[in-house]
Structures are given as structure tokens and as C-alpha cells.
Write a protein of this length. Structure first.
Length: 117
């Protein structure tokens, strides 16, 4: 099983980034997928989730209105479009394939996002 994130980097406040998470080694289309983030010195925080079939999406309050989670089951990839980025969005962003009870079953290694002028 592999989850490989990409798309992180340095962006100015107000800018945008699109993160990708490419999955392999499991039946991607049957798993709900989530994005999490962990800022320095803070606990990991759930950001967004997308269900496997109907694609229902859910967001943390910090992400609502600015972030969009989506998936392409043909490409085994989940995305996180992040707009209007703020310095407090600086963190390592990781994707996870969700198991029973919305518990993460598989994790990616993460991609660093830095929002700074």
C-alpha cells in the first residue's frame, strides 16, 4: 500500500496550492479519503474527507469556504485545492485512506505547505 502526496511548497498569503495524493496497493475507489495536517508543535488536525461512492464531502471549520477536496477514482488520486491561504495553514499535509469508524487505515508520508510572505 502506498499513498504519495505532492504539490506542497511555499506560497504567499492569499495564494493557492493544489495537493495530490496518489494511491496504490488497495482498492482506492472503495475507501473514503481524508486530508489531515500537522503544524509545528501542534497535534494533527483533520481537514477534509470525501466518501468513496457518492463523493459526499466534509470539512473542518478551518477549511470551509477555502479548501475543496475531490477525487478521481480512475487515477486513484485524491486532491485538496487550497485557496486564500493563511500563515496558519502552514503544516505538513497528509492524506489517509479511512477504515471502519472513520479511523485512518493507511497514511501517506506528507507534503510540506508553507504560507509566508
Amino acid at each position: 500500500v502506498q499513498l504519495v502526496e505532492s504539490g506542497g511548497g511555499l506560497v504567499q498569503p492569499g495564494g493557492s496550492l493544489r495537493l495530490s495524493c496518489a494511491a496504490s496497493g488497495f482498492t482506492f475507489s472503495t475507501y473514503a479519503m481524508s486530508w489531515y495536517r500537522q503544524a509545528p508543535g501542534k497535534e494533527r488536525e483533520w481537514v477534509a474527507r470525501i466518501r468513496s461512492e457518492r463523493g459526499n464531502v466534509y470539512y473542518a471549520d478551518s477549511a470551509k469556504g477555502r479548501f475543496t477536496i475531490s477525487r478521481d477514482n480512475a487515477k486513484n488520486t485524491v486532491y485538496l485545492q487550497m485557496n486564500s491561504l493563511k500563515p496558519e495553514d502552514t503544516a505538513v499535509y497528509s492524506c489517509a485512506a479511512m477504515g471502519a469508524g472513520w479511523a485512518p487505515r493507511y497514511w501517506g508520508q506528507g507534503t510540506q505547505v508553507n504560507v509566508s510572505s
